[in-house]
Design a protein around this ligand. Structure first.
Ligand code: PLP
Length: 427
């Protein structure tokens, strides 16, 4: 060990000792780890982009295929996990993951679709109040979604879109600057739609304070939790946000293009007068199967009211498995390990100062999750290729950012140690 003040040591043996003491160490074995050229597991630091496959997922999907083969339509009620109430199997686990009441969440569609469905309800511009506040740099799909929503309402996105930015020379957006923007423009802002964790910088936003400020100024507030769900602890109900949406293929390990999550606060879910798009799976189950006999849409008083279609069972099976694993590990324990993993990475990086890159993710642990974004000053693509050649799996975001994310479920301190060793050779 280095010094009495740091809990970390720099050697490989130190990394292995941290793994041996990790209460979550057993979870790694429950995932399929892609192998590198030498047959050893790759240094997979890409769970922020596509999480790895839980080994139980294959059997869960095959079980649904078998039930379909064996039972046909009867599997709706007689399958091992009956399809008719299938979305109920992710309700409790899915709600605990994001700090919601069970009836405030539903897993459906994909993320951008859910953002649009939410904006149909929660972006209702008037001549006074018509602006949407987003962050710089928002994920492109979110930017396209808000710009096209603004156009649908006959407005000009260049006028109606407000962007919260970091101060000159800074990398992170200050919460007080978002609050100041709301103070200044609040009476014109219809909706605040920010991410919980920025995809590019890895900054965790103070969602509680931002939600409170938005509501104080009469705006609706929603969060895109693509990089936050399964990464940081969330209290959506208590923070009183209007809605949220997130994908499940990043930290949530549910597979490429997996079914997304959606949160609607109960005070909204109970409000039958809210405008929305309706479909039969959002309708009161008492009249759902009266079909054409009951043409009037009767929304259930829960988030399910926004669920248009019957759920895609083959796609929901991986979500059910994955949320079960998160629930077993628990977000507080995962977050505790995640903070330790990133602190360890920071410790190793601090020991090898380099001119070649700067970390743009905030150093404060309350402002970062699992992701580190390294801004490469010099030949960024080459640095990325050098990492790839050494079996590091991370990703590159134009023009010059390399994102690495040691995730607490299946990454080890040894993975982080191996990564730092590779980086030290090239940086
Ligand atoms: C990953 C991600 C998306 C992807 O949207 P899909 O609809 O799932 O393709 C959207 N927004 C953010 C912020 C993301 O991180």
């Amino acid at each position: 060990m280095e010094s009495p003040t740091t809990p970390f040591g720099p050697t490989e043996a130190d990394a292995l000792a941290l793994d041996a003491a990790d209460p979550l160490r057993g979870f790694r074995d429950r995932f399929s780890l892609p192998r590198g050229r030498d047959g050893a597991p790759q240094i997979y630091l890409c769970g922020n982009s596509l999480g790895l496959q839980p080994k139980a997922t294959r059997d869960a999907v095959l079980a649904e295929l078998d039930d379909w083969a064996r039972l046909g339509v009867e599997a709706h009620f007689h399958g091992r996990h009956p399809w008719y109430p299938y979305h109920e199997f992710v309700r409790e686990t899915g709600a605990r993951l994001v700090g919601a009441q069970p009836h405030e969440i539903v897993y459906m569609n994909s993320l951008t679709v859910n953002l649009h469905l939410m904006m149909v309800t929660f972006y209702r511009p008037t001549s006074e109040r018509y602006k949407i506040l987003i962050e710089d740099a928002a994920f492109p799909s979110d930017t396209y979604a808000v710009r096209t929503q603004i156009r649908i309402h006959g407005r000009d996105p260049d006028d109606a879109l407000l962007v919260a930015k970091p101060r000159l020379g800074e990398k992170a957006i200050r919460t007080e600057d978002v609050e100041a923007l709301l103070e200044r423009e609040g009476s014109h802002i219809a909706l605040v739609l920010m991410s919980g964790v920025n995809y590019f910088s890895g900054q965790v936003f103070d969602m509680r304070r931002i939600a409170a400020a938005a509501r104080r100024h009469g705006a609706r507030v929603g969060f895109d939790l693509a990089h936050a769900a399964g990464n940081v602890e969330l209290c959506l109900h208590d923070w009183n946000v209007d809605f949220a949406a997130w994908c499940t293929y990043k930290y949530l390990n549910s597979g490429p293009g997996a079914v997304a999550g959606c949160f609607v606060h109960e005070r909204n879910a109970r409000d039958a007068s809210l405008p929305r798009l309706g479909g039969w799976w959002g309708n009161d189950p008492k009249t759902r199967f009266r079909m054409h006999l009951e043409p009037e849409f009767v929304p259930v008083p829960t988030a399910d009211a926004w669920q248009l279609s019957n759920p895609p069972i083959l796609a929901l099976a991986p979500v059910r498995v994955s949320l079960g694993i998160f629930d077993e590990a628990g977000m507080p324990a995962l977050r505790a390990k995640s903070e330790k993993l990133t602190a360890y990475l920071q410790f190793l990086l601090d020991r090898m100062p380099s001119e070649r890159y700067t970390t743009i993710t905030p150093p404060e642990k309350s402002q970062r999750g699992a992701q580190f974004s390294l801004l490469a000053h010099d030949r960024p693509r080459e640095l990325f290729r050098e990492l790839e050649a050494a079996d590091v799996v991370c990703d590159f975001r134009e023009p010059n950012v390399i994102r690495v994310a040691p995730v607490p479920l299946y990454n080890t301190f040894h993975d982080v140690w191996r990564f730092a060793k590779v980086l030290s050779k090239h940086a």
